[in-house]
Ligand binder design. Sequence first.
Ligand SMILES: Cc1cc2nc3c(=O)[nH]c(=O)nc-3n(C[C@H](O)[C@H](O)[C@H](O)COP(=O)(O)O)c2cc1C
Length: 164
Amino acid sequence: MKIGIIVHSMTGNTSLVAERLKNRLEKEDHEVFMERLKIIGGEDKNQQDANKIGIEPLETPLEEMDLLIFGGPVRGFQASPAIKALLGKVEGLEGKDTMIFVTHAFPFNWMGGNSSIKQMKSICTDKGANILFTGIIDWKNSKREMQIDSLVGSITRKTSGIAL
Ligand SMILES: Cc1cc2nc3c(=O)[nH]c(=O)nc-3n(C[C@H](O)[C@H](O)[C@H](O)COP(=O)(O)O)c2cc1C
């Protein structure tokens, strides 16, 4: 199937997870399009207002994808404003199989991970997306590698259950 992985990543953590996912899904013979958001004017990490962030048009033809996976970092206990800006504007999520993940640094998921997933999920479901999976990677956890392997494994298994 065609899978689009769209991430916001400033320091590279989220995109590293996306790359691992892409490599694994390609081994399962999926056609994977991975794209990192480009913010117009460059990234200002202090900008928390999604309405003030412009995203360059995506190169990935989202409408052609059988599955979309959105990822981003936690910022100030919330989903990153850039991924919120994208999700707020993106079209064509009605009925689309969709997965979501975030990366964060603080040691507990209640310190931003859970609320970020909730926000991203809410924007997507309001647009009619069919959420199949959500995941959180705790970047400073000593078991991070296991968490990434587990997320990649779970997503890969779920894709094999999607009927086209
Ligand atoms: C401005 C800013 C705010 C952040 N706020 C949080 C936070 O509230 N909770 C958290 O766990 N991590 C927070 N982080 C850490 C990032 O979520 C974490 O390092 C993430 O993996 C970065 O992903 P990236 O490398 O893809 O940008 C923050 C980082 C930055 C730069």
